[in-house]
Design a binder for this molecule. Structure first.
Ligand code: SF4
Length: 289
């Protein structure tokens, strides 16, 4: 039905925005398919600037895979890549932030080392950094979010660590991420402040021009809520969390184990390689694979 309504002449002019690509299974054949839709650059989700941090977040992607992916893109005619990172992951240090700039620099160097790179064009590596939002139902549900001051320090450090105009850095407003984590991890005591914020005109908050963080802060204050209680506090393993009554088959013990492993920078293999015992198999009464 929808396809009948599309004007194909107009559709050819639409800019397609593909989601970030995995770096561990990118291939020449996938690149050929992507090239069939018009797209000026490719976005890869690297997530962390160092191997240690990628292990903490269980990204299971090596620098070799990231470089190989970029090589395929450059040899396939692309001269710009966008790398997507999160800033503020648990255990993150300044070294991990500098690692983002170093990785981007190595990708710039890689471009110029490739003989059959796109000629007559310079390389552009875009680094996009979002602020990490620890979410319920994940091994990081216990984690505090970085404070605004910590994120601003990291953003400045990243900008200072980039030494070439071929690397462009962009990042999100940490105030948006702070509201996200408060709403994600808040409990029923938060309800009056959400209503109060709405009465103060907080609507369509996802649209930057309508986002009024000061009004949210006013609403929290009016209702006696300390936002940092939800956003910047470590939740205890033995604490009853606001979402603990919801059963989605993954056990809290598993999330605690994974959280502890994350702090040791130990990765967990893909389920298809080895079951980590999250509890889903018990709920469905059979092996998952
Ligand atoms: S294989 Fe199934 S039970 Fe094991 S970790 Fe994966 S989803 Fe959980």
């Amino acid at each position: 039905m929808l396809t009948q309504l599309i004007d194909y002449t107009a559709a050819e002019k639409i800019n397609l925005s593909l989601p970030s690509l995995r770096v561990d299974n990118f291939s020449e054949s996938l690149l050929e398919k992507i090239k069939k839709v018009r797209k000026s650059g490719l976005t890869f989700a690297a997530e962390g600037g160092t191997q240690r941090l990628r292990d903490v977040i269980n990204k299971n992607v090596s620098e070799e895979e990231i470089m190989n992916t970029c090589r395929i893109a450059f040899e396939g005619g692309y001269s710009s890549v966008k790398l997507y990172f999160m800033m503020g992951h648990p255990t993150e240090t300044d070294e991990d932030i500098i690692g983002i700039a170093d990785l981007a620099q190595r990708i710039v160097d890689l471009f110029y080392s490739i003989e059959n790179r796109p000629k007559g064009r310079g390389v552009q590596v875009s680094v996009s950094c979002a602020t990490f939002v620890p979410k319920p139902f994940t091994p990081f549900e216990f984690e505090p979010q970085d404070t605004r001051e910590m994120i601003e320090h990291k953003q400045k450090l990243l900008l200072d660590s980039v030494k070439t105009k071929k690397i462009k850095v962009s990042y999100h407003d940490p105030n948006v991420s702070m509201l996200e984590v408060i709403l994600a991890k808040g409990d029923r005591r938060l309800c009056p402040s959400i209503y109060a914020a709405w009465k103060k005109g907080c609507k369509f908050d996802s649209w930057e021009e309508h986002y009024k963080f000061d009004k949210w802060l006013e609403a929290f204050s009016d209702c006696g809520i300390d936002p940092s209680f939800y956003a910047n506090r470590r939740f205890g393993y033995d604490e009853i969390l606001p979402w603990d009554h919801l059963d989605y088959f993954v056990s809290k013990d598993f999330l605690i184990r994974e959280n502890q492993k994350a702090h040791r920078a130990e990765t967990t293999p893909n389920c298809r390689l080895k079951c980590a015992g999250c509890g889903v198999n018990k709920a469905v009464g059979r092996n998952c694979f």
